[in-house]
Ligand binder design. Structure first.
Ligand SMILES: Cc1cc2nc3c(=O)[nH]c(=O)nc-3n(C[C@H](O)[C@H](O)[C@H](O)COP(=O)(O)O)c2cc1C
Length: 210
């Protein structure tokens, strides 16, 4: 069993999303000692910019046209990233809320890896998924809180969960299990630590059915 563990916080040991996904992975590993974890931190992965070369490589790669050296290097990295998704039996993903959405480095990973013929198909009319991943587990970490009866209701302020859940299903993840961990920062240190501890406990419980 191979788990692709995508971290999108740059905060290392201070990160709430990593603390909770790590609790999930530790619990999973206790139950499945043969599981291998492929950790991909979007901040440490040296992801290439999706610039003119990358766009050139994308179209040449799809059309199987010759590429220059820079385009080849970007295309190799794109294929390597897509392969890590294709090989994964399960995906675990930690997502910090940034400006009510997700960090741009995570979107950079998505833009690089999510290529036609690699993670999805398109026949001119319809899209189809290419992954056959039964499950993903996603932790959404938020500094604030988003209760519907608060000044920041999720229905108006949450632009984090909808896209990521959609994207995972779009590429072929059958079931996306989510855990929202709110109040990690804005309510002060003590409340933040309590929220993370609750998240870790719940993640440990959810790992059993994964
Ligand atoms: C650039 C930036 C933007 C943020 N924007 C929001 C936000 O819009 N809403 C929110 O609730 N928290 C926001 N936060 C707080 C983080 O969501 C919070 O610290 C969370 O725990 C981050 O996940 P991490 O601990 O895994 O890095 C922001 C933090 C940063 C660094």
């Amino acid at each position: 069993m191979l788990l692709l563990n995508i971290q999108s916080s740059p905060r290392g040991t201070k990160s709430a999303s990593i603390a909770v996904t790590d609790a999930f992975l530790d619990a999973y590993h206790v139950l499945h000692s043969d599981a291998t974890i492929d950790t991909l931190n979007v901040w440490e992965e040296n992801l290439p910019d999706f610039d003119q070369e990358a766009i050139g490589a994308k179209y040449k790669g799809v059309n199987k046209e010759p590429m220059d050296q820079v385009e080849t290097a970007v295309w190799d990295k794109i294929q390597e990233l897509a392969l890590r998704f294709q090989q994964a039996d399960r995906i675990v993903l930690g997502v910090p809320m940034w400006n009510f959405a997700y960090p741009y480095k995570l979107k950079q990973l998505i833009d690089l890896a999510c290529q036609r013929h690699m993670l999805f198909t398109y026949d001119g009319t319809e899209y189809g998924p290419l992954l056959k991943t039964p499950r993903a587990f996603v932790v959404y970490a938020r500094g604030g809180t988003y209760a519907e009866d608060s000044p920041t209701p999720a229905s108006g302020f949450d632009h984090q969960k909808g896209y990521i859940d959609f994207w995972l299903k779009f590429i072929g993840v059958k079931e996306v299990q989510t855990l929202v961990v709110e109040g990690t920062t804005w309510g002060g240190k003590e409340k933040g630590e309590e929220a993370i501890a609750r998240g870790q406990k719940e993640a440990t419980r959810l790992a059993a059915g994964f």
